[in-house]
Write a protein that binds this ligand. Structure first.
Ligand code: PLP
Length: 451
């Protein structure tokens, strides 16, 4: 085999491709036929072979503003030259407070404090610890159980893997947190090709959420600390909750003193056509995790927002002058990340991009659902500016998805695949013409494969 590194990575050792152990990647296949991006600008990407691609998934749901925004780059540069790093352990810098306040302004009223992390996975671990600390502070330390959901993705740290409902992400890691119980997932055969939330009658939503009543009947509501759900399950392929589902979970949690956590790592910052899923669905959780689009993906950062009730309970339980919450990361609220976050939120507002996402959604979904009828397509789901095309498997689960992803890349479209499901989540700056090109490319690639 030719050494693919020689012209790909000029100036590096011949085995440079080999030296990087890539995440969530079939490494051997990738290194035999690499796909590298060497430039990104707006929604256009350039491969190492000079071909151009449209970014159909905002990279990994990270970049609603499109790539290469000079406002973010300049804010980060200025910050690094002014003050490149300050610890947030018993010190601080102004950007962290400004960004926390800006995030709170995007959230419903009860959310008054934000804890910064560096990723979605860290946000999940942080939320787990906040839930534990809150119940201990209230004298309810016996709440040691967590409820999650089949087909959930909450990142890859041990906390997130313990909550995970995706078999491949957990079967090789047998040592996870104990005491996690699963709700059923919300996908239902009868509601294939539904646009938006399935079953307006609310019957399905209430029935699925009533799993929580059954868990409570088995374990006792007083032993459960929190329920974690993505408002729309993103990584498993845009599973939109049926009407009434989130509302019912909220009611049950409230009745039993259980915290409700919305993992909004994908749904946060306009993806559903409202600032967060909480506003989209009109259901207010107790804790919200976020990451990705907080900085438009330009600098790693995550955050956890909590209500004043949670914050004050934990803080006021500690003696005056003591550290109230024994948790934090060296890079919590890194100045460069805060600068990127502030610049990003400013652009969302000045360009009216959450409203644009809301308005563009119906065109995007019209085009997405125009793929319906292709014999390889098992289901299409979509809401806001996120949609999934689930293909029938061909042999081993995921084999067809892997082939499609590669073919799409060389046909000019990046789409994130999970198994056999392609998940589209275009940047909010995309034009209707860009969306046409994305869907046309997806359809043409499917046709080419099939023939
Ligand atoms: C809902 C959800 N939670 C958590 C994560 C983990 O985020 P990260 O990869 O930044 O750790 C993801 C990543 O896709 C996610 O979709």
């Amino acid at each position: 085999m030719d050494d693919p590194t020689s012209d790909l990575l000029p100036g590096t050792m011949p085995n440079a491709l080999d030296a990087y152990w890539m995440p969530f990647t079939p490494n051997r296949a990738f290194k035999a036929a690499p796909r590298l991006i060497v430039k990104s600008d707006g929604i256009r990407l350039t491969s190492h072979k000079g071909t151009e691609l449209l970014d159909g998934s905002s990279a990994l749901f990270c970049s609603p503003l499109g790539h290469g925004r000079p406002e973010i780059a300049e804010a980060v540069r200025a910050q690094l030259l002014e003050n490149d790093y300050t610890t947030s352990f018993s010190m601080g810098h102004p950007g962290s407070f400004a960004l926390a306040e800006a995030v709170c302004r995007l959230l419903p009223e009860p959310f008054t404090q934000v804890f910064f992390t560096n990723s979605g996975s860290e946000s999940i671990d942080t939320a787990l610890k906040i839930a534990m600390a809150y119940h201990r502070a209230r004298g309810e330390g016996q709440r040691v159980r967590f409820v999650s959901r089949e087909r959930a993705y909450h990142g890859v740290n041990i906390g997130g893997v313990s909550l995970a409902g995706m078999v491949r992400n957990r079967e090789t890691f047998p040592v996870t947190m104990p005491n996690v119980v699963m709700l059923r997932h919300t996908w239902h055969e009868d509601h294939r090709f539904t646009r938006g939330q399935p079953d307006p009658s609310g019957a399905l939503g209430r029935a699925l959420a009533s799993d929580l009543e059954r868990i409570i009947a088995t374990y006792g509501g007083g032993t459960i600390a929190a329920v974690f759900v993505e408002p729309v399950a993103g990584s498993t392929g845009c599973l939109v909750p049926p009407v009434g589902y989130l509302e019912t979970l909220r009611e049950i949690c409230t009745a039993h003193g259980i915290l409700l956590v919305f993992d909004e790592v994908i749904t946060g910052f306009g993806r559903l056509g409202a600032a967060f899923g909480t506003q989209k669905f009109g259901v207010t959780p107790d804790i919200i995790t976020m990451a990705k689009a907080l900085t438009n993906g330009a600098i790693p950062m995550g955050a956890v927002a909590v209500t004043s009730e949670i914050h004050d309970t934990i803080v006021n339980a500690a003696p005056e002058g003591a550290i109230e919450f024994f948790h934090g990361y060296t890079y919590s609220a890194h100045p460069a990340a805060c600068a990127a976050g502030l610049a990003t939120l400013k652009l969302y507002e000045s360009e009216g991009l959450f409203e644009r996402a809301r308005d563009l959604s119906s065109y995007f979904l019209d085009r997405l659902y125009s793929l319906q009828g292709h014999p390889w397509i098992k289901d299409i789901r979509g809401i806001g500016m996120m949609g999934a095309v689930e293909l029938y498997p061909d042999g081993a689960p995921g084999a067809r998805g892997t082939q499609m992803q590669d073919a799409l890349f060389w046909n000019g479209l990046h789409v994130k695949f999970t198994g056999d499901t392609g998940i589209l989540a275009p940047a909010f700056i995309a034009s209707e013409d860009d969306l046409d090109q994305m869907i046309d490319c997806f359809g043409a690639t499917l046709d080419k494969f099939q023939s």
